[in-house]
Design a protein around this ligand. Structure first.
Ligand SMILES: Nc1nc2c(c(=O)[nH]1)N[C@H]1C(S)=C(S)[C@@H](COP(=O)(O)O)O[C@H]1N2
Ligand SMILES: [Mo]
Length: 376
């Protein structure tokens, strides 16, 4: 155990279990856990830009960050394939290059708002970020290996290994999503090598799905007839198959997996409990995203939900990326107000006004609220 004065750099290095160059120091992020490394982006830093810079992107690791040596690195493809493959980085670069701008959100984002509280990292609103990922199509690799008709799922494993009795982080996705032309094996994040904490040298990016499917440090893909076994498929990332009373235990047989993200919006400005004056204009803004669906509208209310006005959506957009919304408000009466944002998507989904509680607080997407105090 670490003891004594806290030095953030030391924490990151010890979290890796050995000394290596992390390259950048996460000075600006909120530490939810030092080991493994779990860091949240503070809302004012998300607010600065549409694409989240690499050093501001949230980090979610279940296990210590692995050591990676490019000289010995390879990705193996095995299982229900005609021809198992062992690819080095130069082989990866031999495939056709592609890009995808993707909003990745941890499905525990917003868990802290669960009532009653639930165990797990107490993420507020910032376990989400958007980056431009460059890499190759997963399906090009799978086609090279020749997927057999028996293939139903691909089981992914990263180079990160569990200490002691902790289960390994092994996830699977159905073959349809693996063969989808937008699912990529990425080696660049916003134009540079993926930082180690985000999965260097290669990670899966499964657009529109909760980020736990996007395996970092990917080294093995097993094409299989069944989905992955183990804790991170059988137990974690599941929600009740019906609305349940908050705080109740749910029988594991009634817990079902989820894949794509739901529709959601968060304010990035102003911050909670901010102050303004009557007669001055204040811009309410934030981001809205909907997984594989498109954001069609974001409505904002400044009168406790009595009336709603359509916010303006910025021009920046990509198929799987968040949209920025803005709404200028000029309060005319002093008082303490609550601004609310409610996004609607192309599947006709809209954010709920109340949480559908679940035992691990996954996929929280209730209408966002910030308190704004207006002085006379
Ligand atoms: N190998 C591996 N991949 C992983 C994880 C992990 O612990 N190990 N965490 C997953 C989870 S839960 C999330 S939310 C995303 C976070 O990606 P990021 O750290 O780049 O933001 O990575 C996913 N991929
Ligand atoms: Mo996650």
């Amino acid at each position: 155990m670490w003891s004594g004065p806290i030095n953030r750099r030391e924490f990151i290095l010890s979290g890796a279990g050995f000394l290596f160059q992390i390259g950048r120091i996460k000075e600006s992020l909120i530490i939810r856990s030092e080991v493994p490394a779990d860091f949240e982006t503070p809302i004012p830093l998300l607010d600065r830009q549409w694409l989240t810079p690499n050093d501001l992107h949230f980090i979610r690791c279940h296990l210590p960050i692995p050591r990676v040596d490019l000289n010995t690195w390879n990705l193996t493809i095995e299982g229900e394939v005609q021809q198992p493959l062992k690819l080095e980085m130069k082989d990866i670069h031999g495939f056709r290059e592609t890009n995808q701008t993707v909003t990745l959100e941890c499905s525990g984002n917003g868990r802290v708002y669960s009532d009653p509280p639930v165990p797990g990292l107490q993420w507020e609103k910032g376990a989400v970020g958007t980056a431009r990922w460059t890499g190759i199509l997963l399906r090009d690799v799978l086609n090279k290996a020749g997927v057999k008709p028996t293939a139903r799922h691909i089981i992914m494993n990263g180079a990160d290994v569990p200490p002691g009795s902790v289960p390994d982080f092994v996830r699977s996705i159905p073959i349809e999503k693996a063969m989808h032309p937008d699912t990529i094996l990425a080696y660049h994040m916003n134009g540079v090598d993926i930082p180690i904490e985000h999965g260097f040298p290669l990670r899966l990016v499964v657009p529109g799905w909760e980020a736990a499917s996007s395996t970092k440090w990917i080294v093995n893909i097993r094409v299989a007839e069944t989905e992955a076994d183990g804790y991170f498929m059988r137990n974690a990332y599941r929600i009740p198959n019906r609305p349940v009373a908050p705080g109740t235990a749910v029988d594991p047989k009634d817990m079902i997996p989820y894949t794509a993200l739901d529709v959601k919006s968060v304010f990035t400005s102003p911050l909670e409990d901010s102050t303004t004056r009557i007669g001055s204009s204040i811009e309410l803004r934030g981001f809205a995203w909907a997984g594989v669906a498109d954001i069609t509208r974001v409505h904002v209310s400044t009168d406790f939900g009595r009336t709603w006005t359509a916010a303006t959506l910025d021009a920046d957009k990509a198929k799987y990326a968040w949209r920025r919304f803005r709404h200028v408000w000029k309060p005319t009466q002093p008082g303490s107000y609550i601004a609310m944002s409610r996004a609607t998507d192309s599947q006709g989904r809209t954010q709920p006004i109340a949480a559908r509680w679940n035992p691990a607080g996954y996929l929280y997407n209730v209408i966002d609220k910030v308190r704004i105090n207006v002085q006379g």
